[in-house]
Design a protein around this ligand. Structure first.
Ligand SMILES: *[C@@H]1O[C@H](CO)[C@@H](O)[C@H](O)[C@H]1NC(C)=O
Ligand SMILES: *[C@@H]1O[C@H](CO)[C@@H](O)[C@H](O)[C@H]1NC(C)=O
Ligand SMILES: *[C@@H]1O[C@H](CO)[C@@H](O)[C@H](O)[C@H]1NC(C)=O
Ligand SMILES: *[C@@H]1O[C@H](CO)[C@@H](O)[C@H](O)[C@H]1NC(C)=O
Ligand SMILES: *[C@@H]1O[C@H](CO)[C@@H](O)[C@H](O)[C@H]1NC(C)=O
Ligand SMILES: *[C@@H]1O[C@H](CO)[C@@H](O)[C@H](O)[C@H]1NC(C)=O
Ligand SMILES: *[C@@H]1O[C@H](CO)[C@@H](O)[C@H](O)[C@H]1NC(C)=O
Ligand SMILES: *[C@@H]1O[C@H](CO)[C@@H](O)[C@H](O)[C@H]1NC(C)=O
Ligand SMILES: *[C@@H]1O[C@H](CO)[C@@H](O)[C@H](O)[C@H]1NC(C)=O
Ligand SMILES: *[C@@H]1O[C@H](CO)[C@@H](O)[C@H](O)[C@H]1NC(C)=O
Ligand SMILES: *[C@@H]1O[C@H](CO)[C@@H](O)[C@H](O)[C@H]1NC(C)=O
Ligand SMILES: *[C@@H]1O[C@H](CO)[C@@H](O)[C@H](O)[C@H]1NC(C)=O
Length: 469
């Protein structure tokens, strides 16, 4: 069979497109949404009696301001301005066509009283709270059924003061699942940008059942030992673009999810078309980019590139288990730089937390077409711990141009199948078949990405490689 292109074609294309290939600069890849309009109306939270002394509770002021601004929703929307100060508050709800704008030195502080975080229904795709049965505390900043919402500013801060929640979690005194810092549910055209998020009680930014979400240029920080303080968790959401973020937390920096076991399977809302560019960060008990472990509604079309993770436990992980069902397919992660990472790439297929005993152990996840390419790493303990499921092989796994300086184990693989090229240390047996020339089409996004980004290494490899068989 004739390969779909010849080596000569590739070289010609590389020559003709090289000016494009190397013209990479810091411009945005996230498609701008219509929601960046200047709002014709603006009020300051101080006009509603808020006091920025860090002590006065301002929940009513936020609620009243947003209630007032609702009358401008059909007039181009409105902006709620939060000036410098420390604005203590409980949970409040956003509305459509709203910009929440935090000035430099403005800090929204989450109340340390759990009564200020009301208990709401569990998500239908989880069937219960993620850590405890029943409801869950509402996020500090919450929105539901919205469109055109912007949370932004001049690097103002939203601080969840999560340490009280972490202590309740550790002492097992919580009655309900901990709240997120920001949750948008069933919303479209959401922008979260130019802000700092600190100390979330639980996951930090949680878009769930959303479309067209941009998270850009945010800093997310929580102590490295804080429990479950994920950075950004797109969950059963599509068209999500995350760019230019710095995240350092106690758990996964970004985790793409889609519901939990039988509840996620029956809700059946996948996460798809998730784009991640220019992410930097570290963690001690989590990963840089995770898919799962809740992936029962399916996850596909995840593109992540230009990633830098340092002093971290795991860089890239797919977490799943028997009982999850669903799928993870068509994932391409490229241009990754790692320094001081315990495990570079991991498939953990026995993530055995289940919502209840009614999950179906025969619901097996389908994991396929996962490409990881252009990775360089130093001071890596384990290159890859890639475990599929007996009777449910994870297939079309492709590794291309991966160079890791490994101090402990190279690759440990079971129940996986795929291809590789230019991997050091030498990859494991199930991935040894070469990508080129026969399997580039089996690898997600290699064929169309061939001349799109970060190709310096592949270019020189093609030049120096022997002719295709
Ligand atoms: C980025 O590159 C594009 C295409 O080469 C160019 O048009 C644009 O001006 C550059 N932007 C910056 C900020 O350098
Ligand atoms: C989602 O929001 C839209 C309006 O924005 C509403 O019509 C729809 O019923 C909502 N769906 C759910 C499941 O909440
Ligand atoms: C969102 O839409 C759903 C479905 O239409 C409805 O049940 C729910 O009350 C709405 N919630 C809000 C806050 O508008
Ligand atoms: C990032 O946000 C800061 C303020 O937080 C702003 O000064 C800077 O221009 C932003 N950068 C980009 C690329 O948007
Ligand atoms: C925003 O503030 C955070 C925390 O103070 C800081 O680490 C970060 O560098 C700032 N970002 C910008 C773009 O100024
Ligand atoms: C972030 O701030 C910069 C500088 O003020 C601005 O140019 C940019 O549009 C902002 N980005 C977003 C997504 O709001
Ligand atoms: C993927 O999402 C981006 C926004 O992040 C959007 O611009 C693009 O059209 C989407 N692509 C598809 C195929 O849906
Ligand atoms: C690391 O995370 C796992 C799973 O979330 C948890 O069980 C474990 O206690 C954490 N370890 C540390 C040292 O925090
Ligand atoms: C990473 O950890 C090493 C060893 O603990 C330390 O020397 C180094 O400063 C850390 N790097 C960063 C960027 O924090
Ligand atoms: C999966 O995890 C469970 C509980 O931790 C353990 O009992 C079981 O042996 C593990 N199965 C495999 C295949 O590793
Ligand atoms: C990996 O180790 C080799 C030999 O020890 C060294 O030459 C090379 O520079 C190292 N590469 C990285 C990326 O640290
Ligand atoms: C690869 O990612 C790094 C950031 O980790 C960035 O500096 C570099 O420009 C990227 N390379 C390409 C070719 O995009």
């Amino acid at each position: 069979m004739k390969p779909f292109f010849s080596l000569v074609d590739v070289l010609l294309v590389l020559v003709f497109f090289s000016h494009v290939t190397w013209a990479v600069n810091g411009t945005s890849h996230c498609k701008q949404t219509d929601s960046r309009v200047i709002r014709p109306h603006s009020v300051s939270i101080t006009e509603f009696g808020a006091v920025g002394d860090g002590v006065t509770i301002n929940t009513i002021a936020f609620q009243n301001a947003i209630f007032y601004l609702n009358s401008f929703a059909d007039k181009g929307g409105a902006k709620l301005f939060v000036p410098a100060g420390r604005w203590l508050t409980g949970s409040f709800d956003l509305i459509s066509h709203l910009t929440l704008w935090l000035d430099k030195d403005a800090v929204i502080l989450g109340s340390k009283n759990s009564d200020d975080w009301p208990v709401v229904d569990p998500l239908p795709s989880y069937g219960r709270g993620r850590e405890l049965p029943g409801g869950r505390h509402q996020s500090l900043i919450f929105g539901r059924n919205l469109t055109d919402v912007i949370i932004t500013g001049d690097n103002g801060t939203i601080d969840g003061q999560g340490s009280v929640w972490w202590n309740w979690f550790r002492s097992k005194t919580l009655k309900y699942t901990r709240p997120h810092l920001v949750e948008l549910m069933n919303s479209t055209s959401v922008v979260i940008s130019n802000l700092t998020f600190l100390n979330s009680p639980f996951w930090t930014i949680h878009p769930v059942y959303c479309s067209h979400v941009i998270v850009q240029n945010v800093t997310i920080l929580a102590p490295l030992d804080s429990p479950n303080t994920d950075g950004i968790d797109p969950d059963s959401s599509d068209d999500v673009c995350i760019e230019d973020c710095y995240i350092s937390t106690g758990d996964d920096l970004i985790a793409v999810k889609s519901g939990w076991d039988e509840y996620g399977i029956s809700f059946a809302r996948p996460s798809a078309n998730i784009t991640i560019h220019r992410l930097t960060g570290h963690n001690r008990n989590g990963s840089g980019i995770a898919i799962g472990s809740e992936m029962s509604g399916g996850v596909s079309e995840v593109y992540a590139e230009n990633l830098y993770f340092f002093n971290s436990s795991t860089a890239i992980i797919i977490k799943t288990a028997r009982g999850r069902g669903g799928y993870v397919r068509n994932i391409c992660i490229s241009n990754v730089t790692l320094v001081g990472v315990d495990t570079a790439i991991r498939f953990n297929s026995n993530f055995s937390q289940h919502p209840d005993e009614f999950y179906d152990p025969n619901a097996l996840p389908v994991i396929e077409r996962i490409t990881v390419k252009d990775v360089i790493g130093e001071n890596i303990k384990v290159a890859g711990l890639l475990k599929g499921i007996e009777g449910d092989i994870f297939h079309h796994i492709c590794l291309l141009n991966v160079a890791l300086n490994v101090t402990s184990d190279p690759w440990n693989c079971s129940y996986i199948q795929g291809y590789s090229a230019l991997v050091s240390p030498e990859t494991c047996e199930p991935l040894k078949e070469s990508i080129y020339p026969n399997h580039s089409l089996d690898c997600f996004h290699l064929s169309n990405h061939l001349w799109s980004s970060g190709n310096q290494n592949r270019g020189s490899w093609l030049l120096s490689s022997p002719s295709p068989r």
